[in-house]
Design a binder for this molecule. Structure first.
Ligand SMILES: [Zn+2]
Length: 478
């Protein structure tokens, strides 16, 4: 059948040209891209999985605690990136990458998402990069963009760059592997509860400090997505919790994934062949409690794994096959920036972080750059069937956001992840901004932003989440 063969060759050529064209343009960041309407159908999901070890092979500077003075020494627990690729009956594909890392910058994330778009044609809004925010992992290039971290000695800087290059290649290959192994699958959703998250904003005579605040709000929700084969075998479980991965402190120099790493490992031990993937929630102002030892990290990991097990053992809501996705950025406004005079005074401050921060901003002004008035925060939403709305926010989002979004969007099937796609700063609520302290104020010195966010930040972000979610829910404008 020459005609058919020719026709096939034409289609192949067109497909090749489309792929080549996609390769010529870098993947755009999160933007208001159009997606064809999707309605959950009676067809089936396909799921593909991959897991790769991302433990650095030699000592590296670690990320999470400013007081650390030397590179990592050994490995307590391997770090992993796990990939879940999904395809709905209409052929729409999405990729979730969950990594045992502190986070990564928008620039680093776009290197990976650009590669995924180029190699597989999966658009930016269909790639979700989730970070566990472990404080026991390596630094990743450009996380604190623009900062010259004095704690990274010159001889170790190249290690960060080299690690990041290897990491991105490893993760891109894992995505390729997951997409190449799509198999018929069933999805189901449920919720559990874990109670070791503690609000860490403690009020003192000197203002709010990082401590223990049993009166403060936390989110105990443990959302769980079950992925099983057509035969009902567990293939993967994705689960969330809104709490910093900081059971272990800055004196620990062995690499580890903290409680989330132990939860993942525990679940994978109990379900041979299945993957356990953690996504951090709005835990910017929550720490595990109590904390400080490896045993406690194990204990919290076990508590979280048991919460997930209880959900898996109970009735779960089947998730129909159908995927809608959207991703946009929203400009989160900063408060008015400090004047040059203020920065010049701060450039001589006795506090090294205030001093270095002021000097970085002065260098920007000296180059003729303006201090940014806002930061573009990614807001992503995936609608799975009619049952699950997964919202993924960039930044270290505090708990007030998930509590408010649950009220405004309805709790049913809502999953709010943070530390996704771009970990650029803490994202405080209006309340946390008013109270002050580490998350809204002093942490900004490390992130190199001009200063705290403006009080409108909460309404601006919530407004954008509502818009993006409306696009993926029934009747959305896509
Ligand atoms: Zn943090």
């Amino acid at each position: 059948m020459i005609l058919s063969a020719n026709r096939f060759r034409w289609l192949a050529l067109i497909a090749a040209l489309c792929t080549a064209a996609a390769g010529m343009t870098p993947a755009p960041g999160c933007g208001p891209e159009r997606d064809e309407p999707a309605s959950p159908s009676t067809g089936h999901w396909k799921a593909g999985l991959a897991k790769v070890c991302i433990t650095p092979q030699s000592p590296v500077p670690m990320s999470g605690y400013a007081a650390r003075t030397k590179p990592s020494e050994g490995v307590l627990q391997d770090l992993h990136a796990r990939v879940l690729a999904l395809e709905d009956p209409a052929g729409r594909r999405a990729v979730l990458v969950a990594a045992d890392l502190i986070g990564c910058s928008a620039a680093t994330a776009s290197r990976l998402t650009g590669e995924i778009a180029r190699r597989h044609g999966v658009a930016r809004d269909r790639v979700l990069l989730a970070f566990s925010h472990t404080h026991g992992g390596p630094k990743v290039a450009n996380l604190l963009e623009g900062s010259e971290d004095p704690r990274v000695a010159d001889e170790h800087r190249q290690a960060v760059v080299d690690y990041t290059t290897t990491l991105l290649k490893t993760m891109a290959d894992a995505v390729a592997s997951a997409l190449a192994n799509l198999q018929p699958a069933r999805l189901a959703f449920g919720r559990g509860e874990a109670t070791f998250a503690m609000n860490r904003r403690q009020k003192t005579d000197k203002g709010y400090v990082i401590g223990v605040n049993p009166e403060g709000p936390v989110d105990n929700d443990v959302p769980v997505l079950r992925v099983e084969s057509a035969d009902g075998d567990l293939r993967a479980v994705v689960f969330g919790y809104a709490c910093h991965n900081t059971t272990l402190g800055g004196t620990m120099y062995e690499l580890h994934g903290d409680y989330a790493g132990f939860a993942e490992a525990g679940l994978e031990d109990r379900h041979a062949g299945a993957l356990a993937m953690f996504m951090a929630g709005c835990g910017g102002d929550a720490n595990p409690h109590p904390r400080g030892t490896v045993d406690l990290a194990r204990q919290h990991g076990q508590a979280l794994a048991e919460a997930v097990e209880r959900v898996l053992a109970g009735p779960m809501q089947p998730v129909r096959a159908g995927l809608r996705t959207a991703c946009e950025t929203v400009d989160l406004p900063f408060a008015p920036p400090p004047t040059r005079e203020t920065l010049e005074a701060r450039a001589e401050d006795t506090n090294q972080y205030r001093r270095q921060h002021a000097r970085r901003l002065l260098a920007m002004l000296d180059r003729g750059d303006r201090l940014p008035a806002s930061y573009p925060c990614p807001v992503q939403a995936w609608r799975l069937g009619e049952e699950v709305t997964l919202v993924a926010l960039g930044g270290e989002v505090v708990v007030d956001y998930v509590l408010r979004l649950r009220k405004e969007l309805g709790p049913e099937g809502l999953w709010v992840a943070a530390y996704a796609n771009d970990v650029f700063a803490y994202v405080p609520s209006r309340r946390v901004l008013q109270e002050g302290g580490y998350e809204p104020e002093t942490s900004m010195l490390h992130y190199s932003h001009p200063g705290p966010f403006a009080p409108e930040v909460e309404d601006v972000l919530v407004g954008k989440v509502r818009e993006v979610v409306a696009r993926v829910r029934p009747g959305g404008r896509d």
